[in-house]
Design a protein around this ligand. Structure first.
Ligand code: AMP
Length: 215
C-alpha cells in the first residue's frame, strides 16, 4: 500500500476523507493537528504555548511537529502504509520529511491535493461540532450532517463541542497561512511527479477519485 499525503486548505475535507480511506485500506490516519491537540491536553508549560499557536491559526514550529511525526510513523501499525493529514505544511517540513523517509528506508507514496471553494470551507469550519467521547463529527450548516437532536451526539448522547480554532477569525488566518506556507508545496510535489489534484466539494466523488489514484 502506498503512503498518502493530503495537502488541502482548511476544511477541504481531509479529515473526513482520511477516515474513509483508513477504513477502506486498513492503514492508520495520522493527523498532525490531532497529535498536537493531544499534547495540548497534557496542560503543562509546553502545551499552553502550543494551544495559543493553534488558536491563533498559525503553524507550530517544524521541530515540534517533526518530532511527533517521527515517533508516530515508526510505530508498528505504519509499516504497511499510512495517511498523512496536515503534514507537511511548508517546504522545510517537506524537505525534512524526505530526509526522514530516506533514513528509515520508506517511500513518499502519493500526494493528493484537495481543492475546495473558500466560502464552502468557511461554512464547514464554522458549523463543525464533534463528540468529545466518540469523536463523531457533525455540521450544523449541512442538513445531512446535523445531529438528530441539536447539540447532542446521535451515538452516545454526549453534548457536542466545537474546536476552539473553528471560528470565522481563526479560519481567515488559517486560510492565509495555507496560501503563504502550504500552497508552495503544490509546485514542489508537482516537480517530483507525485502530485494528484482532486476536487473535494462532494466527498463521495472525491473518494472514487482517490480509489482510482491508488489502483
Ligand atoms: P488541522 O487539524 O490540520 O487543521 O491543524 C490545526 C492546527 O494545528 C493548525 O492550524 C496548526 O496550528 C497546527 N498544525 C497542524 N499540523 C501542523 C504542521 N504540520 N505544522 C505546523 N503546525 C501544524
Amino acid at each position: 500500500m502506498k503512503n498518502i499525503i493530503f495537502i488541502a486548505p482548511p476544511a477541504a475535507g481531509k479529515g473526513t476523507l482520511s477516515e474513509i480511506i483508513k477504513e477502506k485500506y486498513n492503514i492508520p490516519h495520522i493527523s498532525t493537528g490531532d497529535l498536537l491537540r493531544s499534547v495540548v491536553l497534557k496542560e503543562d508549560e509546553n502545551s499552553k504555548k502550543i494551544k495559543a499557536i493553534l488558536e491563533s491559526g498559525q503553524l507550530v514550529t517544524d521541530e515540534i511537529v517533526l518530532d511527533l511525526l517521527r515517533t508516530r510513523i515508526c510505530a508498528e501499525d505504519c509499516q504497511n502504509g499510512y495517511i498523512l493529514d496536515g503534514f507537511p505544511r511548508n517546504i522545510h517540513q517537506a524537505e525534512e520529511y524526505n530526509k526522514l523517509l530516506t533514513s528509515l528506508g520508506k517511500n513518499l507514496g502519493v500526494v493528493i491535493l484537495l481543492e475546495v471553494d473558500e466560502n464552502l470551507a468557511k461554512e464547514r469550519i464554522v458549523g463543525r461540532v464533534s463528540c468529545p467521547k466518540c469523536g463523531a463529527v457533525y455540521n450544523t450548516y449541512f442538513e445531512q450532517m446535523r445531529p438528530k437532536k441539536a447539540g447532542i451526539c446521535d451515538r452516545c448522547m454526549e453534548k457536542l463541542i466545537s474546536r476552539s480554532d473553528d471560528n470565522a477569525e481563526t479560519f481567515a488566518q488559517r486560510w492565509d497561512t495555507y496560501l503563504k506556507s502550504t500552497a508552495p508545496l503544490i509546485q514542489y510535489y508537482e516537480d517530483m511527479g507525485v502530485l494528484y489534484r482532486i476536487n473535494s466539494t462532494d466527498i463521495n466523488i472525491a473518494v472514487e477519485e482517490i480509489e482510482k489514484i491508488l489502483k
